[in-house]
Ligand binder design. Structure first.
Ligand SMILES: NC(=O)c1ccc[n+]([C@@H]2O[C@H](COP(=O)([O-])OP(=O)(O)OC[C@H]3O[C@@H](n4cnc5c(N)ncnc54)[C@H](OP(=O)(O)O)[C@@H]3O)[C@@H](O)[C@H]2O)c1
Length: 315
């Protein structure tokens, strides 16, 4: 059994990573800004949830002490704007990885797994992607002192995602959909498969110093994904694609809505297809969206309405 510190373990991907680590017999420490947000983890037998400010290097070093690996899943989708990226992106995607590396070195932890995103590049097409790209490049440059593995998923789907569930909720409320960036292509990957890759890399020496794209088996346009979510949730809708200019205006106007469903920076991220021809690593066979997502989109899964509740509550 090893002890693993999972930053962002309370989130959508993190909770699956944590439960698979527990299943594999590991002891897991999950820091959170608010213990309440991680209450779903408290019932897991070998998980320790602690309230902590992970940007404080001394505190993070204390948490990393005695751990065999650190997994960093922290990421934000929205930020105040800036050049080359806004403050919130800089803090979560660039400054935090530096604090994490510093804490690993101070605590003598060699193994670090870092979550980036597909298309992340220093010269990426959005602030989100540029900041993710800088964080990823910095972490990968630490090979001399650390054993690093980076993951770069396309959009991730699962029963509690803010992606298919959001589309299903939009189809529920709107009779007709006017869709921005409708022809952008994605290769959605199942959250359970992402978690399996993260857990598998911990015992795979070939993964040291490598970055892996994580994508599902099929490419979809955004239009196809919204149509799929609408149809499977029982609300098939007519979808009209918007021009690039109108897509930008739509993203701008949606910044004013509570819960920030969409922003101009998200629109910029969608100017590039989120696809890759790299196969999934570690022998993981990616699950197909069309075979598993209907179970929760049709409301058959116990937690299938969480997305709708969150959408309504603006969370
Ligand atoms: N979901 C996707 O489709 C997708 C696609 C590509 C890449 N990724 C990347 O995968 C990672 C995990 O994504 P996710 O969807 O699981 O995210 P998520 O559900 O938003 O979870 C992120 C976690 O990070 C913590 N967190 C968020 N903002 C923070 C901040 N400013 N300071 C400190 N902690 C903060 C939160 O923990 P507490 O609230 O408990 O503190 C939260 O549980 C991120 O790096 C994301 O960029 C996700």
């Amino acid at each position: 059994m090893s002890k693993i510190l999972v930053l962002g373990g309370s989130g959508f991907i993190g909770r699956l990573v944590v439960s698979q680590l527990v299943e594999a017999g590991h002891q897991v420490v999950v820091p959170t800004r608010q213990r309440d947000r991680a209450k779903h983890l408290l019932i897991l037998p070998t998980v320790d949830v602690v309230e902590a400010n992970i940007y404080d290097q001394v505190r993070l070093t204390q948490l990393a002490n005695g751990c065999d690996a650190v997994i960093n899943l922290i990421g934000v989708l929205h930020s105040r704007s800036g050049v080359p990226y806004g403050r919130d992106f800089a803090q979560a995607h660039v400054e935090l990885p530096k604090v994490v590396v510093g804490a690993c070195r101070a605590a003598g932890v060699r193994r670090l797994v870092h979550m980036s995103a597909l298309n992340a590049r220093t010269d990426g097409c959005s602030e989100y992607l540029r900041s993710k790209g800088d964080g990823e490049a910095w972490v990968l440059a630490q090979q001399k002192n650390l054993d690093v593995t980076v993951f770069r998923p396309s959009v991730v789907f699962g029963p509690e995602d803010r992606f298919l569930n959001l589309f299903a909720a939009i189809c529920h409320y709107l009779p007709v959909i006017f869709l921005g960036s409708a022809e952008t292509r994605f290769q959605p990957v199942y959250v359970g498969d992402v978690a399996r890759c993260i857990v598998a890399c911990l015992s795979n020496r070939d993964s040291l110093g490598r970055a892996y794209d994580l994508c599902g088996p099929k490419v979809y346009t955004l239009r196809e994904l919204v149509a799929f979510a609408g149809f499977e949730s029982g609300h098939p809708r007519l979808i009209f694609g918007l021009s690039k200019r109108l897509s930008h205006v739509q993203a701008w106007s949606m910044e004013l809505f509570p819960g920030k469903v969409m922003s101009r920076d998200n629109f910029r991220s969608m100017q590039e297809d989120s696809i890759s021809d790299e196969p999934m690593p570690f022998g993981v066979v990616p699950k197909a969206l069309a075979t598993i997502a209907p179970a929760w989109l049709r409301g058959n899964a116990p937690r299938s309405r969480y997305g709708q509740f969150r959408f309504r509550a603006g969370r």
